[in-house]
Design a protein around this ligand. Structure first.
Ligand code: FES
Length: 427
């Protein structure tokens, strides 16, 4: 099948790949395996969404920069030395194409392309061209600055970019997800991304990780070892997990739930140690004073797995992780995760937070290897054939709970709209 901007057969042609009727929601498994659909996703989903770039704390000082792929394209984010504004540039030299920013992070006043040494300042302006006289007076240096990604905006420190000049404002795009970003940001106060990342690859379609990240009922069977570990450390799991699953608009979704484990902000449990108890109580009292009893208790007591369409997860649980992922093909993806924490955090709490990041959420921890195994198992199962559809109907017959699948249906509805819309963008 030739890849074009048009939807492949089966997408939006009556008998679509996402089907919904009373109490029945199903997704055709070719959405997880087809190279044509993967190619179309790059053009429709990733070229017409707001995509997470990084957190402003990663470029706290003038000249600080980080480079990373966004939507599969090399870009870098830098705080201007002159204005302090955070900008996101396409990481390609305007001369003949080489990648200009070649380190993952650092501080610079000038970025010099290694190929022929054209130089750009942190505003993106071309400020140095070796052999300038060879071009005569007609060379317009202003026209040869680095190209900013066409749309860049931030919300509560989270920086997003879009390659679609006509996309809605970030504020409108985030819709109901803002409430949950606010809860995470307010709970942490002056927050920073802790230096270092988790990076790993999974041999599975990226949408399986979307589903998994907001799947509230796989935990008990899939992560049994971790729960036994918590019990061994003194956590009382008898109260279980209880909460809701919500669609937040524009494909975003959340599971919002009470769980037995502690939270550095601000729910003490024995594994934090007695020394941290006073500090957690202090944080909790401060939250109540600043935000009132009800909102403070929400921050302290409830956990939230927030999905921001199409590929950002913020897990505000026993630690706050920021995780983004990008398909490499229809059957593989790359994942990057960071840990977000209060800057002035007590060392014991920071240690516990980092332990949680590693022991549960990290690629060598108790949860992530289980999830990777589950996702790769699904991908292998798809190859078996014989079953065309996956069922995502759980909870359609009741008010959706955290252990239902409404939050996944929310993603799939938006995905289907983008993939089948006549304008190619899902506006
Ligand atoms: Fe960058 Fe030539 S490609 S200076």
């Amino acid at each position: 099948m030739t890849v074009t901007d048009s939807a492949p057969p089966g997408l939006g042609t009556g008998g679509g790949l996402v089907e919904e009727e009373a109490h029945r929601f199903r997704v055709h498994r070719s959405t997880m395996t087809s190279p044509e659909i993967h190619a179309l996703e790059l053009k429709r989903v990733f070229a017409h969404s707001w995509l997470y770039v990084g957190h402003e704390s990663e470029v706290r000082n003038p000249g600080d920069y980080v480079r990373r792929p966004v939507g599969g394209r090399p870009v870098f984010m830098v705080r201007s030395v002159k204005s302090g504004v955070v900008r996101v540039f396409h990481n390609t030299c305007t001369h003949r194409g080489a990648v200009v920013c070649r380190k993952d992070a650092g501080n610079a006043k000038v970025f010099q392309c290694f190929y022929h040494a054209w130089s750009f300042d942190t505003e993106g302006r071309l400020v140095g061209v070796p052999g300038r006289e060879a071009y005569g007076e007609e060379l317009d240096l202003d026209a040869l600055g680095l190209r900013p990604v066409v749309r860049t905006a931030s919300y509560r420190g989270f920086v997003f970019a879009s390659f679609d000049p006509d996309i809605v404002e970030l504020d409108d795009y985030l819709a109901g997800a803002k409430e949950y970003l606010d809860l995470a940001a307010d709970g942490l106060g002056d927050a920073e991304i802790i230096s270092g990342t988790n990076q790993y690859a999974i041999d599975a379609n990226w949408k399986l990780l979307v589903e998994n990240s907001i799947d509230g009922y796989h935990a008990a069977p899939t992560h049994d070892t971790y729960f036994k570990y918590l019990v061994a450390l003194g956590t009382d799991l008898r109260s279980g997990v209880d909460g809701i699953g919500r669609s937040l608009g524009n494909g975003h979704a959340v599971i919002d739930y009470h769980a037995p484990w502690g939270r550095p902000v601000a729910k003490w449990e024995p594994m934090f140690g007695d020394a941290a108890r006073e500090e957690i109580d202090r944080i909790r009292a401060e939250l109540v004073e600043t935000y009132g009893e009800e909102r403070a208790m929400r921050m302290a007591e409830t956990n939230r797995n927030l999905f921001i369409y199409p590929n950002l997860i913020i897990n505000d649980i026993m630690a706050v992780t920021v995780r983004t992922f990008m398909p490499r093909s229809a059957s593989s993806m790359e994942v990057t995760a960071w840990e977000l924490a209060p800057r002035d955090e007590m060392p014991q709490l920071r240690q516990r937070r980092l332990d949680s990041f590693l022991t549960f959420l990290g690629p060598g921890g108790f949860a992530t290897p289980d999830d990777i195994e589950a996702l790769e198992s699904c991908q292998q199962g798809f190859r078996s054939g014989g079953v065309e559809w996956s069922d995502i109907s759980r909870g359609m017959a009741r008010e959706p709970r955290a252990d239902d699948e409404e939050q996944m249906r929310s993603f799939w509805r938006r995905w289907n709209t983008q993939m089948t819309s006549s304008d190619g963008a899902g506006r």
